[in-house]
Design a protein around this ligand. Structure first.
Ligand SMILES: Cc1cc2nc3c(=O)[nH]c(=O)nc-3n(C[C@H](O)[C@H](O)[C@H](O)COP(=O)(O)O)c2cc1C
Length: 188
């Protein structure tokens, strides 16, 4: 049976319990679902990824690495959400993206042919550099990056729950954009 709906994978969160980043990511995924996408969530906390080491025998990586790879293969679009760590994206997010090197022999390779939306969750209000770093990495991985990017400031949360309606709407819009792009790029 032909695939009918674009598939959007939410990837991110932090390794912290009650991650605000995960909370923001779920809202963006809801936006993608509202626009008709089939969605999945991959919380980085649930993956025990080793550090990527460019080994000559990648088949020896643990199972969770291939879970990540297969989830990305499934997706026509991705929403990537990172906490801001020391002015940029977290090491765990960058490490997960480095593992997409294992898709280098795919056609299209790595994130090629996929729409990607970017989210950075800050403790303060400045997360632009995390977005820029994600953007640069995603473009190097051949992704088509959505025009909306969302920096979520610490002030948008109460008790680790996002409570700012404007930021919520921006996250949903990003989700809709990624669903739209995923639909159009599918199969290319
Ligand atoms: C190691 C570390 C570095 C951080 N660096 C920054 C930073 O440079 N700028 C900022 O605004 N917040 C910074 N924060 C705060 C986090 O971005 C903020 O608490 C975020 O909401 C954490 O997301 P989480 O709840 O998903 O873990 C830092 C937090 C940690 C643990």
């Amino acid at each position: 049976m032909p695939q009918e709906r674009p598939r959007v994978l939410g990837l991110g969160g932090s390794l912290r319990e009650k991650s605000r980043t995960l909370n923001a990511l779920k809202i963006a995924l809801q936006g993608a679902a509202d626009a008709g996408a089939e969605t999945r969530l991959l919380d980085l906390k649930t993956l025990k990824l080793p550090l990527y080491d460019d080994r000559p025998d990648p088949e020896t990586y643990p199972e969770d690495v291939f879970r990540l790879v297969e989830e990305v293969r499934w997706a026509d679009g991705l929403l990537l959400a990172t906490p801001v760590y020391h002015g940029t994206l977290s090491g765990s997010m960058k490490n997960a993206l480095d593992f997409l090197e294992l898709l280098a022999e795919d056609d299209p390779l790595c994130l090629g042919g996929r729409a990607v939306g970017l989210i950075a969750v800050a403790g303060g209000s400045i997360g632009t550099n995390a977005i820029n770093s994600l953007l640069f990495t995603c473009q190097t991985l051949r992704a088509w990056v959505a025009p909306t990017a969302v920096v979520v400031p610490g002030s948008a949360f109460a008790d680790d729950r996002l409570t700012d309606p404007k930021i919520e709407e921006r996250l949903r819009r990003l989700g809709r954009e990624v669903a739209w792009g995923a639909e159009r790029l599918r199969g290319r």
